[in-house]
Design a binder for this molecule. Sequence first.
Ligand SMILES: Nc1nc2c(ncn2[C@@H]2O[C@H](COP(=O)(O)OP(=O)(O)O)[C@@H](O)[C@H]2O)c(=O)[nH]1
Ligand SMILES: [Mg+2]
Length: 205
Amino acid sequence: MTVQPIQPTLTLMATTFNRDQLQVQLDVLKERKAPQIALAGRSNVGKSSLVNALARRRQLAKISATPGKTRSINFYWVEPDGFALVDLPGYGYARCSHEERRHWAKLIEYYLTDRSELGALALLLDCRIPPQALDRDLADFASGQGIPLLPVLTKIDKCSQTERAKRQQEWSRLLGGISPLAVSSKEMRGIDALWAAIRSHAAAD
Ligand SMILES: Nc1nc2c(ncn2[C@@H]2O[C@H](COP(=O)(O)OP(=O)(O)O)[C@@H](O)[C@H]2O)c(=O)[nH]1
Ligand SMILES: [Mg+2]
């Protein structure tokens, strides 16, 4: 007999655009004593697609034809575990104003600072792109805050085995030996393994 992995359900709790709205949700979660797992990555890394893949729902998170267009911090409630998945805005989108980039960078930084209820930061990394400074900066910042990292290579259907192994090695070296999980939202590969990792980080908190 094989044991089927549980499929958790994701419900959108709130969409927030600024520090005040963010703080309201953080207070709600604090009240519930609920841990959080954050998702972050460069704009277009496949974050919305991954939220949908995790939820096994095609349209929970909007997949952008125009990357970087609508940005927000989205809170999803995970049952039966009882924790929040926090979808941070994509960063590094060149075609938006300096001011706007600064606003979101500041908000991400605020969210990641002194966030003891954060069980892990899932850092999404495109399988086709060699390690970039922005991703490393975020990883360093999170590590400096004592936040466990859960690196995730996305879009592995677009990479050869060789390229994927190379990326995993590069990231593992940069992240002090943590090798990224590999996923494809398009082909639903690695999604159960990612759920298992997310849930164990949430539970360990
Ligand atoms: N081939 C492939 N394409 C993907 C995958 N995940 C996302 N994409 C595509 O990458 C683009 C950006 O995806 P999206 O989820 O909106 O990225 P976000 O900006 O990080 O939220 C879209 O065209 C998606 O269809 C994947 O696993 N495989
Ligand atoms: Mg998106």
